[in-house]
Design a protein around this ligand. Structure first.
Ligand code: SF4
Length: 359
């Protein structure tokens, strides 16, 4: 093993803050080093996050998008895609089903559907929160600050807005008309508004280097994110990047493991995209630092139309099957399904502090 790799891994195990260069050394691990990296990440996950895996039921309620990201099948330029928006009644029904199955978090995700009325989403959030004992994560992209505030007041607990890449030039190339600084500004607003904040990045984008991936982790550490979704770039033929090579499982797992070492108290999902490039991808991710799985609760009739990338796993699984599969994955990794909401540790600490002060 390389001396700088061993040194970086030792420093990580001692909870010392790794530099971007050290993270890049970890991410460029060879096969022997990877085994040590994965073991260390798994140990860190066990120490800080325990053995529970949180199952967050995701409802993909609209595939309409006003943006034109080069890597995503939901881009507005993809005229081959059949568009849909679930009704409020359908969303509530899916949320009920997810809660009955055992999900303690409902994730409401959509394309960047800017004409979706903020007030309607607020109503949906409020009704779910009043009826069901669940936390709510929203993932609906870039919106004005007042929309984020409205949804927070309605009861949303968390917001997921991936920064996708820390390379500002690459960001603007891949997301025409948008800049990284504005994305980061929105993440700052979400924090100010009291959300538990999630971000994340893709692995294997064209033009990305190992140093970029290390920079993604450093950026998320600086933002103190409470969730970090790290998954492979999967090319979609109906997009401008359709003929580019995709991200590999190996690089994705190494980036995930390095993220676990740098962000020991952050929730890290074993992403669906990981399962798309390798049937056992999510179980492998659970062994490299991940502690969250998001079973798909979207009604079957809409499932295939939420095609950010092709070959998405579980397109024919009912919500019940998606949930059962997630449970089997957790068990096959020797772990147990989380029973709580799966709030961030920082959120739980803040709540405990407030309670102590109130006594
Ligand atoms: S990544 Fe998000 S904003 Fe970009 S095209 Fe896809 S759904 Fe729309």
């Amino acid at each position: 093993m390389r001396t700088d790799f061993v040194r970086a891994l030792e420093r990580a195990a001692n909870l010392e803050e790794l530099s971007r260069d050290e993270l890049a050394v970890l991410i460029s691990a060879d096969e022997e080093e990877s085994a040590a990296l994965f073991d260390c990440a798994d140990m860190m996950r066990s120490r800080f996050m325990g053995d529970e895996v949180h199952l967050r039921g995701i409802i993909e309620f609209s595939n309409i998008c006003s943006s034109n990201c080069y890597y995503c099948g939901l881009r507005k330029g993809n005229t081959a895609l059949k568009r849909y928006r679930m009704s409020k009644a359908e969303i509530l029904e899916s949320a009920r089903k997810a809660a009955v199955l055992g999900c303690r978090t409902i994730v409401l995700q959509s394309g960047e559907d800017r004409s979706y009325p903020a007030g309607l989403l607020a109503e949906i959030v409020a009704e779910i929160k009043s009826e069901l004992d669940v936390a709510i994560t929203l993932s609906v992209g870039e919106r004005p600050r007042e929309d984020y505030a409205l949804w927070r007041e309605a009861g949303a607990d968390r917001y997921l807005l991936k920064h996708e890449t820390c390379d500002g030039k690459l960001f603007s190339e891949l997301r025409p008309g948008t800049v990284l600084e504005e994305r980061l500004q929105r993440l700052a607003w979400l924090r100010e508004l009291g959300y538990q904040v999630g971000s994340g990045n893709m692995v294997g984008l064209p033009g990305q280097t190992v140093e970029t991936l290390a920079g993604d982790i450093v950026l998320m550490r600086e933002m103190e994110v409470e969730m970090a979704g790290i998954g492979p770039f999967v090319p979609n033929r109906q997009t401008p990047l359709g003929s580019c090579p995709g991200g590999t499982l190996e690089l994705t797992l190494k980036t995930l493991a390095a993220a676990r070492l740098a962000l020991p108290r952050t929730h890290l999902p074993a992403t669906t995209a990981t399962a798309t490039i390798d049937a056992l991808g999510r179980v492998k991710a659970l062994r490299c630092g991940a502690n969250v799985i998001m079973p798909n609760m979207t009604p079957l009739k809409y499932r295939a139309s939420y095609s950010i990338y092709p070959g998405k796993t579980g397109l024919e699984d009912t919500p019940e099957e998606s949930y059962a599969k997630a449970v089997r994955m957790v068990e096959s990794a020797g772990r147990k399904v989380g029973t709580g909401y799966g709030h961030s540790l920082r959120h739980l600490e803040k709540k405990a502090e407030a309670q102590a002060q109130a006594v």
